[in-house]
Design a protein around this ligand. Structure first.
Ligand code: ATP
Ligand code: ZN
Length: 215
């Protein structure tokens, strides 16, 4: 699970509500469940899809946006990553959107033809604009994407939005949603010993119950 960020509290709560007693120590990479044979690895969210795809961990809680970007990234490098999506979760909702400076006209994605777009999600962006036949240049930024137009680095951005407040604060307006995301639980494609798979199945039933009770 994510160590600290927008998914970490909800991820921890989900496991707690499933009856897993975790003894989290702030600075530790690994934590252990007190009442079940489960080890918890806490890392940057960007590392989670790869750890699951490589079979280093059995399960991961990750935003679909980061998962899909890593899938496309690996495919672009000729890999064929495998994993199972066990369940879409009820938190981490956000959208990946195109945004433009307030004074830039926008009548449709064609307005982005030939423009430079700053993003942390180059593959998701390319997949979307390729389908529309729009050529663009990407400017890869791993943070502060919203300052790129003002800094003269890009004409537009493609970034995660939940309320739109950050965009507004930077003189940008959301013009097109390209991807809607939530957190999800994924499992590696590695075959597990029956006892481990049985534990995962049991966990899935509990997660189902927890999420249903919150609906
Ligand atoms: P890390 O330090 O783990 O790399 P981060 O800064 O990349 O963290 P966060 O901002 O904590 O990531 O976001 C983690 C995930 O939370 C996002 O990838 C997305 O799936 C989800 N999320 C939900 N709402 C938002 C939002 N408003 N902005 C960004 N991400 C959001
Ligand atoms: Zn991250």
């Amino acid at each position: 699970m994510q160590k600290s960020g927008r998914l970490s509290t909800d991820s921890q709560k989900l496991l707690e509500h499933c009856g897993i007693k975790i003894n989290l120590q702030q600075q530790r990479l690994l934590a252990f469940a007190e009442n079940m044979p489960i080890d918890i690895m806490r890392v940057r969210d960007d590392d989670i899809p790869g750890l699951v795809m490589d079979g280093v961990v059995d399960l991961g809680i990750i935003g679909e946006n980061v998962l899909e970007e890593e899938l496309l990234n690996r495919r672009a490098q000729g890999e064929d990553p495998r994993y199972f999506i066990l369940r879409r979760l009820d938190f981490g909702a956000c959208r990946l959107s195109l945004a433009l400076p307030l004074d830039e006209p926008f009548t449709g994605p064609q307005c982005l033809q030939g423009k430079r777009i700053a993003t942390s999600y180059p593959h998701l962006l390319k997949q979307y604009l390729d389908k529309l036949g729009i050529n663009f240049k990407s400017c890869l930024l791993n943070g502060s994407v919203e300052v790129a137009p003002r800094a003269g680095l890009a004409d537009a951005i493609c970034d995660l939005v939940s309320t739109g407040a950050t965009l507004e604060a930077n003189g940008l307006r959301e013009v097109e949603v390209i991807y809607r995301s939530k957190a999800c639980l994924i499992q590696s494609d590695v075959e597990l010993p029956p006892a481990k798979q049985a534990l995962i199945d049991k966990l899935m039933i509990r997660i189902q119950g927890v999420i249903q009770a919150r609906e």
